[in-house]
Design a protein around this ligand. Structure first.
Ligand SMILES: Nc1ncnc2c1ncn2[C@@H]1O[C@H](COP(=O)(O)OP(=O)(O)OP(=O)(O)O)[C@@H](O)[C@H]1O
Length: 620
């Protein structure tokens, strides 16, 4: 109801629309509408309710400031009647003490109004910041408890936009809009009540222009609404494009696609210019219309009110009160219309935040799940099948065994399912059927955290954080001493290159790990894994070409790391896994062959084919 009334008064404010309620990062269509408004509001309230006392104070201040905003003009009218209209002639000056007290009282009212407004603003900002602080914390913590499949389904930019844009949207709305709406409603109701009480006829005359305002505004907003939405969509599209092209800089440069990317940007930029031009030009007419109609109302009240005053129906002071109130009336109406929309988009934002908070966290370990203290490293896959999507067959009927300390190599063409098999072993996903066992114990009966703490990963593109080399190695075991960190680096063959750097172990690495070479990154990852001292290892062999010296160093480091641990090596160059205890050959999600290098060559099957074709390519 309220929305229907105030919607036409909405001044589309460009600065409010920027990035808010849009899925800026992903560039998707903005979702301005909340799906479950009352539920979301109740949930926001549950956050606010934690500061009930302060909130009550804020509401009290809002009521006071709204009341005082009514009292000011009212007193002014009374003052005019009392001290000016009653003057007998131009020579009679209102210098008696009553007039002075009146002025002091009036000033006190306006000062108090400013003070109460300031107080409710500051207190509300405090409550709002505390609320979004808690939301942000909850969301970030929750994101780290969500299972890997959640991330597989969503774009990173989209998740980030919830943590930043959407939360910011809730924050700014709680800061101002929520209270402004309350204050506007109070002021409107109060103004109307006092006006009706003073003179129903003059009230009617004052509001004669309101239907014209509603019609005029509706006419304009009907035209600008779709234009603003269009601009919002274009903005989202542009944001997504910027994010994509900035993160893909290397590829763009490598393929010399700069010109094409700039052209793409230009097209999107033009679309924003066009929709922005029309939206803002048409909506720019709104303040003029409001002003014109306000003046019309002013003239009607002054004219008819003047006649009524001459006839003695009302006093001059009453006309002054009406004129002030009439001017005061359109402001909260405008505020309401603007804030209402901001509020709606914030509710939609909050809903998107709650949607993530409602995502199921990684399934709880079963009650009886155990924490492993020691692992021998015997792994068995028994007829394991798995698919990322229902009905698929990413892995089918996989069975093999790995004895403690064995090196198992996984080979097969791209997309064969090697990484998926490792994901199942680390319980990032659970098999659809079949069983995986560690030391004879079903994986599902082992606590995930405990299982993962027994494993270390040395991947192709090892993830390095922004921090020193020392901190990055220590990530393997946070309580390791500096000596232990250096010992691990020595075993990994990383010590010498670290010492050649200016700051040695204190060299700061950049957030994306750039600044050191691929081979050096891998040596650091090996050091990290050595420090973690896991019972099981997962190694993703580097595909990128690394110089022979570094490669020998890496191989040495890996040999030391693998010693006595069950290791799974995803191999791309088959000559590096000749010493593997077992080679698993995967193709299209099925285990085609398994055995040692020699056994598989003798079989003359798929592995032998792969091996010989690689030999041939190397010889060319
Ligand atoms: N998160 C995912 N959601 C849906 N399908 C996926 C997902 N990850 C991988 N796949 C699909 O599962 C199949 C196996 O992928 P996997 O990454 O295990 O192959 P791989 O043998 O490790 O390949 P590569 O050698 O290229 O790394 C592929 O067809 C791949 O497209």
């Amino acid at each position: 109801m309220l929305k229907a009334f105030i919607e036409p008064f909405r001044h589309p404010r460009p600065e409010l629309d920027l990035g808010k309620g849009t899925d800026g990062a992903s560039g998707r269509k903005p979702k301005a509408k909340a799906k479950n408004m009352s539920g979301t509001l109740a949930r926001i309230w549950s956050y606010l309710a934690r500061r009930k006392g302060k909130l009550a104070l804020v509401l009290l201040m809002v009521m006071l400031s709204s009341g005082l905003s009514l009292l000011g003009p009212y007193l002014l009218g009374i003052g005019v009647d009392e001290f000016l209209v009653s003057l007998k002639g131009p020579d009679e000056a209102p210098y008696d003490s009553g007039w002075i007290y009146f002025l002091i009282g009036l000033a006190a009212v306006y000062i108090l109004q400013a003070l109460t407004t300031w107080l409710h603003n500051v207190w509300m900002i405090g409550i709002a910041q505390e609320t979004v602080y808690r939301m942000r914390m909850e969301l970030f913590t929750h994101l780290h408890r969500l299972p890997i499949p959640f991330y597989g389904k969503r774009q990173q930019g989209e998740i980030m936009s919830r943590l930043t844009n959407d939360i910011e949207n809730v924050s700014s709305t709680l800061n101002s809009s929520a209270i402004q709406i309350f204050s506007s409603v109070l002021t409107l109701v109060g103004t109307l009540t006092v006006m009706l009480w003073l003179s129903p006829l003059l009230t009617l005359l004052t509001f004669l222009v309101v239907p014209l305002m509603v019609l005029g505004m509706r006419w304009i907003t009907r035209r600008t609404g779709p234009l603003f939405k269009e601009r919002q969509r274009n903005l989202g599209d542009l944001n997504g494009y910027i994010e994509e092209t900035l993160s893909g800089q290397r590829v763009i440069k490598a393929f010399s696609q700069e010109e094409r990317v700039i052209r793409g940007f230009n097209e999107r930029n033009k679309r924003i210019r066009l929709s922005g031009f029309w939206a803002q030009s048409i909506s720019g007419f709104i303040p003029k219309l409001m002003n014109g109609l306000n003046n019309l109302s002013f003239a009607i009240v002054a004219g008819i009110g003047g006649i009524m005053a001459i006839k003695g129906y009302i006093s001059i002071g009453t006309i002054i009160i009406f004129e002030s109130y009439a001017r005061q009336f359109t402001r909260p109406l405008n505020d309401l219309a603007n804030q209402w929309n901001t509020l709606l988009s914030a509710i939609a934002g909050a809903e998107r935040v709650f949607e993530v908070l409602d995502e199921e966290v990684e399934a709880k370990d079963e009650g009886a799940a155990v924490t492993l203290t020691h692992v021998d490293g015997a792994v068995a896959f028994e007829n394991v099948s798995f698919s990322y999507e229902k009905g698929g067959d990413t892995l089918e009927g996989i069975s093999f065994e790995a004895k403690p300390g064995e090196m198992i190599a996984l080979v097969g063409p791209t997309g064969a399912g090697k990484t998926t098999l490792i994901q199942l072993l680390s319980r990032f996903y659970d098999p659809d059927s079949g069983r995986i066992a560690l030391d004879g114990r079903d994986l599902s009966t082992i606590r995930r955290e405990s299982l993962r703490s027994q494993m270390a990963f040395v991947l192709q593109d090892s993830f390095l954080f922004q921090g020193t080399i020392r901190e990055n190695i220590r990530f393997g075991r946070l309580d390791a001493t500096d000596e232990e960190v250096e010992e691990a680096a020595k075993l990994a063959n990383a010590h010498s290159f670290i010492m050649r750097m200016k700051d040695g172990y204190d060299k700061m690495l950049k957030p994306d790990g750039s600044g050191i070479s691929q081979g050096q990154k891998q040596l650091l990852a090996i050091a990290r894994a050595i420090l973690a001292n896991p019972s099981m290892l997962v190694l993703d062999e580097a595909t990128s070409s690394i110089d022979t010296v570094t490669e020998i160093k890496i191989q040495e480091g890996l040999q030391r790391l693998m010693k006595g641990r069950t290791s799974f090596v995803i191999a791309h160059r088959l000559n590096t896994i000749r010493s593997a205890d077992r080679i698993l050959v995967l193709k299209d999600g099925r285990l085609m062959e398994q055995g040692t290098h020699d056994e598989l060559l003798k079989q003359g099957g798929f592995y032998s084919e792969l091996y010989h074709s690689q030999l041939k390519r190397a010889a060319m």
